[in-house]
Write a protein that binds this ligand. Sequence first.
Ligand code: AMP
Length: 536
Amino acid sequence: MTIPPHSQLLIGQLLMAPAGRNPDQTIHDGEGSVHTYRQFHARIGQLAAALTRMGLDRGATVAVMDWDTPRYLECFFAIPMIGSTLHTVNIRLSPEQVLYTINHAEDDAILCHADFLPLLLPLLSRIKRPARLIVLTDGPAPLPEGFDGEYEALLATEAPDFTFPDLAEDTRATLFYTTGTTGDPKGVSYSHRQLVLHTLAIAAGLGTVPGKGGINRDDVYMPITPLFHVHGWGFPFIATFLGLKQIYPGRYQPARLLSLIAEHKVTFSHCVPTILSMLLSAPEAATTDLSRWKVLIGGSALSDGMVRQARRHGIDIHAAYGMSETCPFVTVADMVASQANDDITIRTAAGRAAPLVEVRVVDPDMRDVPHDARTTGEVIARAPWLTAGYIENPEGSADLWRDGWLHTGDVGHMSPDGTLRITDRLKDVIKSGGEWVSSLTLENLASMVLGVREVAAVGVPDDRWGERPVLVVVLEGAEPVENAIMVRIAAAIATGDLPKWAAPDRICAVAQLPRTSVGKVDKKLIRQMLAKGEIT
Ligand code: AMP
């Protein structure tokens, strides 16, 4: 049965309720500029008209290189709504990788903030497909050579009442690249239908948490996950759909983020643990009221130590789990249970399946492991919004979707009540004497030791055992922490929470941990640095 044009699930529909119900609600940038939803709606029409006038519409791919700004949010809507694909360029990749993604995506246009011109301009001669170029500036500036226009100037010449085309809901809406530990970045895309369903389901899951937990219409939203990282984890769509006051902070600087939280009374954000750690370590954190702030942590495990630190500031912190290939949300910590019982283990668990999601933990023969909160296996999932596969990568796609389930490459266990806990990444597992050692459990124990700011557990090759665990720590101060960590680990071994072969052979202190382009600890690099003796 074909779905008639008026019944397709389209990103544009996410705008209808907030623009009609609450047109004076506001969207802010980090510099004091503000638009109402009414103006935001009009600007989406103007941007759509400007892009269409440049010949970009159905089937075109339009790249964006920007900080987290309200203009980026306009692109989240206008570009897919004209039938084009929004390519969110990861501006933290190396220039060669940025070039690779632009060429691989075959971008027809690039919208580039002036701050990223030094990255883009040297690449232009090697971009294979001629692209229309639009610069985004924060004030008067000459148009760079070869550019077709400046964003605000282009919008200013257009009328806001653009008539958007009818589209099929499976039209590609977004595209971005995920970088694994090896090989070229892989293109992941989502359709209108997938993004609408992800938005509705996550809004329903978080929106039905009683009390002040979850997300509700009184919330003030500020992303601290870059918008190029899985569409800012889909939250800009959710926040807009709910008509929330939104703050787009621009470039991430801890003092500025904290002052925006205070100024706008921000109540809801999401980020990777590293960013929260950076914020809470800033001197301004001590004097900023964070007691209204709800933070969803994803992208890496949320440690007990980080929950304790956040709770000291009064932050309502929870973990969520997903990946680039899953739009991203698959599970969210049980916020209802955490309200009733402020238990760290509830907050740090990856949590329960989100609405419309099926999650399983399986052995290599695809048999479900017992739900005993101990037996580990690979996490696999199904949901209407998981990516269909990698762009022009049939092998990678087939591997991702083995046996009709999306294979996350993450290792975890499930408790009898369906709570998922991630214990490792398959590629990062430490195998000592043929047995797995959970790097996340080790990191979690070490994170609770006073004086440990950050920690990573990795396996190093060992002649006798195959691999042995090593901890690499960043200290808060000058006090040594090795003994305290070993005492905690010994206690966990004594209670049976950790096998005895999991005790690390070495604990190395470093000034900082290497990071990936999305701010996560780069364990592959740590392993290489240990092998080369650069970490001792
Ligand atoms: P990315 O594709 O960059 O979003 O990374 C996704 C990966 O981050 C997942 O496959 C997990 O390895 C990791 N991850 C995300 N959320 C969690 C979580 N709550 N706990 C542990 N690891 C997580």
